[in-house]
Design a protein around this ligand. Structure first.
Ligand code: HEM
Ligand SMILES: Nc1nc2c(c(=O)[nH]1)N[C@H]1C(S)=C(S)[C@@H](COP(=O)(O)O)O[C@H]1N2
Ligand SMILES: [Mo]
Length: 439
């Protein structure tokens, strides 16, 4: 009787290998139906790589501008959302005041790109959708892990897009806090994207270096040779659309969304921003620009902003109270500055008022480290804001009393509001009643 050979060194890993092979042999009913359902001959490495390259060039911008939004809120002043994120955050710095359009650019890009990329993301998902029905679902443990990371990648982009879009529509349909969900969702998505790019980049480069199909008309559209990723249909049908037509549909969709979005950041095109909820129904005249939270919504009534209104300045144990006439009698400064909302829209207006550093000096604080601003508004997340030294001392940092040559309207913050270059709109507090200068 021959002696059985000694077990090979890697015997334990033979068991999973048998498992994967067994899985491949036991095809569930319907596993072949997918091959018959997904027959488009344009699917393949080239189309997936072109769409992938567009996303590779743009998604990092969405991620970085999103993280910058968290920093712009001012984590050092304890006013970022979510507040306590442990070590999970980019290096923190004081958000600068120059260039004045910085936040307008970063947050405008974040939201606009997020919207414009929707057709590209959908096109990319369409190009790989048959893979969802692949059998076996994995051929090795490594591949299983890779495919699980795709759940986070696809789920991540859909989740970020859905929560982002609902947020800018003020539709808090989900039962969780937007900031927390969008913040941790961003990290999960980013980790999955990094893994995906690391794994697939060589394939993308190969596919784009190979023969191109950008000029192939539908009559000459044929499937690519079978590829290792299995993107090419196993039973391709006849072409009903060329690859360039698919790209034209995706690109056309993106352009259309761009056309319906730019108006949120360009005052002259405001009325074309059909997708955006705020800013289209604006009044006429010098105060006819978008209002985020109206005075009525904030519970600020004309009685509270009338002759009885006072601005209280505090520094140390010094307190100064000023009425609007006294404020108007101080040196007035005019600056053309944007309001850039975190929801992506922005508008440039000409603001006139008292420099914050002059108010600090008046209160007895020559070099304030921070200013804490309070509004007449009694509830609401943005009835208070804190500004750092640079934001208080910038020569264009104002407590604005007038806009475009007229008094502020009640909805824009009458009697007085904060306007600081590059400051996120949320901190441009309206209906200011108190400023405390520290340090
Ligand atoms: C790849 C997908 C995305 C990533 C990785 C991402 C990441 C981020 C991050 C990290 C923030 C800062 C969150 C915070 O301050 O807690 C943010 C804010 C924001 N994102 Fe996204 N985002 C993505 C897609 C989108 C999309 C598609 C939209 C909408 C069209 C959107 C809308 C917003 C808005 C409105 C904010 C500001 C929230 C606020 O400060 O009030 N995001 N994003
Ligand atoms: N008191 C108070 N000030 C506020 C807000 C608020 O909710 N309450 N909203 C802020 C936000 S989110 C923005 S974008 C700007 C918009 O200013 P506007 O309505 O004059 O355009 O006001 C800011 N000032
Ligand atoms: Mo805002």
């Amino acid at each position: 009787m021959p002696a059985s050979p000694p077990p090979p060194d890697d015997a334990p890993s033979a068991a999973p290998a048998a498992l994967w092979a067994g899985l491949a042999r036991h095809r569930p009913p319907g596993a072949d139906a997918a091959d018959r359902a997904w027959r488009s001959p344009v699917r393949g490495p080239w189309l997936t790589s072109v769409l992938g390259a567009v996303l590779l060039a743009t998604l990092p911008l969405v991620i970085v501008t999103g993280l910058l939004d968290w920093i712009a809120y001012g984590p050092r002043l304890d006013q970022a959302f979510p507040r306590d994120v442990g070590w999970l955050h980019p290096p923190v710095f004081d958000w600068p005041t120059r260039p004045a359009w910085l936040f307008r650019l970063t947050q405008g890009l974040h939201v606009a790109l997020g919207i414009v990329l929707v057709p590209v993301v959908l096109g990319k998902l369409w190009s790989v959708v048959p893979k969802l029905f692949d059998w076996p679902p994995a051929r090795s443990t490594a591949q299983l892990l890779e495919r699980l990371s795709l759940v986070l990648l696809v789920g991540g982009i859909l989740f970020q897009t859905a929560t982002g879009l609902l947020n800018i529509q003020y539709a808090y349909l989900f039962g969780f806090d937007f900031y927390t969900a969008h913040w941790y969702g961003a990290w999960i998505f980013t980790a999955a994207l990094v893994a995906h790019v690391a794994i697939k980049l060589p394939r993308l480069v190969t596919a784009l270096r190979g023969p191109g199909f950008a000029r192939t008309p539908v009559e000459r559209t044929r499937p690519e040779p079978a590829d290792p990723d299995g993107l090419v249909a196993r039973r391709p049908g006849p072409a009903t659309m060329s690859r360039r037509a698919v790209l034209a549909v995706v690109g056309g969709g993106a352009l259309l969304l761009a056309a319906l979005t730019v108006g949120q950041s360009v005052d002259a095109l405001r009325r074309t921003a059909l997708l955006l909820p705020r800013g289209r129904r604006i009044g006429d005249g010098p105060t006819g620009f978008p209002v985020n939270r109206s005075a009525a919504a904030a519970g600020v009534t004309p009685e509270r902003t009338g002759p009885g209104w006072r601005l209280t300045l505090r520094a140390g144990n010094r307190t100064v109270a000023l009425d609007r006439a006294r404020l108007l009698a101080l040196a007035q400064h005019t600056a053309v500055l944007p309001i850039a909302c975190v929801e992506g829209w922005s508008t440039t207006q000409t603001w006139t008022g008292v420099r914050l550093r002059d108010l600090a000096a008046l209160a007895g604080s020559a070099d304030p480290a921070t200013a804490r601003v309070r509004s007449l508004e009694r509830a609401g997340l943005f009835r208070e804001a804190a500004l750092h030294r640079g934001q208080v001392t910038d020569p264009d940092a104002l407590l604005a009393l007038r806009v475009n040559g007229v008094d502020l309207s009640l909805d824009h913050g009458y009697p007085a509001r904060i306007i600081v270059p590059a400051l996120p709109g949320v901190h441009c507090t309206k209906w200011v009643t108190e400023i405390v200068f520290d340090g």
